[in-house]
Design a protein around this ligand. Structure first.
Ligand SMILES: [Ca+2]
Length: 325
């Protein structure tokens, strides 16, 4: 575990509200050096000093994404207002969108933040302390540079940035999730889930959890993130897009191929989804009708057979009795 060293600020760090921090600390984490590790507040698990500004920079490559999971979080929160995260000791998370540094969120107090993931190969976590107290421990977090978008249980598709293949030959059912589930999904991210069944199989999708920021019909007019379904590799407008917190009903494919797409935009996020997929043999409704009418016929002929057997036994008994007499 590496603990950052505090140095007097050379160029005085100033926060957006004009507060000057006389002390700074900083650490750089490159995926070339290590794919994972931990980082902490200064002096962790002892109280951090007051008036410090620390910058933790994470630099990955290509389709690597930075995944941050806090394992301990205990920052000083004053008893008197203001107690919102914009004006107290806080951890701030920044990403880069269209070349600009954008804040994902501020975290303060002692509630463990949700697991986070960057939209691109880099991310910056910043910590500022206005105060300190002998009671606080500060924070500890695990970082990882991942290329699987935190989506497990499937084979990654080599032709797309975030694509996953589910093949009925390998598994007939299982679960799949949005990127970084159960943490917040990354922004500006598009992931495809390709389902390939055996001939005459259908794909059934059942959602267990659903939290995708948006308002139906989930398009750009409402700045919505969404989940989309298609019977083809291209867009299929037959099934409406889904967003919001209402779970979609069970969705069934028309053929043995199905595609689910998750897409997030550059602002606001949710925890995404967790869903169950099942490859099921297709039963034609006409076949069901034929089978059921056949089974009705066979039942009546069974009854006839049983009646004949009964009559035959009765006649045999009577004849045996007559012979004996
Ligand atoms: Ca969004």
């Amino acid at each position: 575990m590496s603990v950052p060293k505090i140095t007097p600020s050379l160029r005085k760090s100033v926060d957006p509200v004009g507060h000057v921090f006389p002390f700074t600390c900083g650490q750089e984490f490159s995926s070339d050096v290590s794919k994972n590790g931990t980082f902490t507040s200064p002096n962790y698990p002892e109280p951090y000093p007051e008036d410090v500004y620390c910058v933790y920079s994470f630099m990955g490559r290509g389709k690597e994404r930075v995944q941050i999971q806090f394992t301990d979080f205990d920052l000083h929160l004053p008893h008197e207002p203001p107690r919102d995260c914009d004006s107290v000791d806080a951890v701030m998370v920044f990403i880069t969108i269209n070349g600009l540094k954008e804040r994902v969120d501020n975290f303060c107090g002692n509630k463990l933040p949700a697991q986070l993931m960057s939209n691109g190969p880099s991310m910056s976590v910043e910590f500022r302390s206005y105060h300190s107290s002998p009671e606080v421990k500060g924070f500890r977090a695990i970082y990882k540079f991942v290329t699987d978008f935190g989506i497990y249980a499937a084979r990654q598709d080599s032709t797309s940035v975030c694509g996953f293949n589910f093949n009925s030959e390998d598994r007939s059912n299982g679960t799949f999730t949005s990127p970084n589930f159960p943490g917040l999904y990354p922004r500006n991210t598009e992931c495809h889930y390709f389902f390939k069944g055996k001939p005459k199989e259908r794909v059934h999708i059942t959602f267990n959890k659903f939290d995708v920021d948006g308002i139906p019909p989930c398009n750009s007019d409402t700045a919505s993130d969404y989940v989309e379904f298609s019977n083809y590799r291209t867009v299929d407008r037959k099934i409406p897009r889904h967003c919001g917190v209402k779970k979609p009903k069970v969705i069934e494919s028309d053929g043995d191929f199905f595609r689910v797409t998750f897409k997030s935009n550059d602002k606001f996020d949710g925890t995404g989804f967790e869903a169950l997929y099942q490859f099921k043999p297709y039963i034609d409704p006409a076949t069901v009708k034929r089978i059921s009418s056949n089974s009705t016929a066979s039942t009546s002929s069974d009854t006839t057979d049983r009646t004949y057997t009964f009559l035959f036994t009765l006649v045999s008994l009577v004849m045996m009795l007559m012979i004996n007499v």
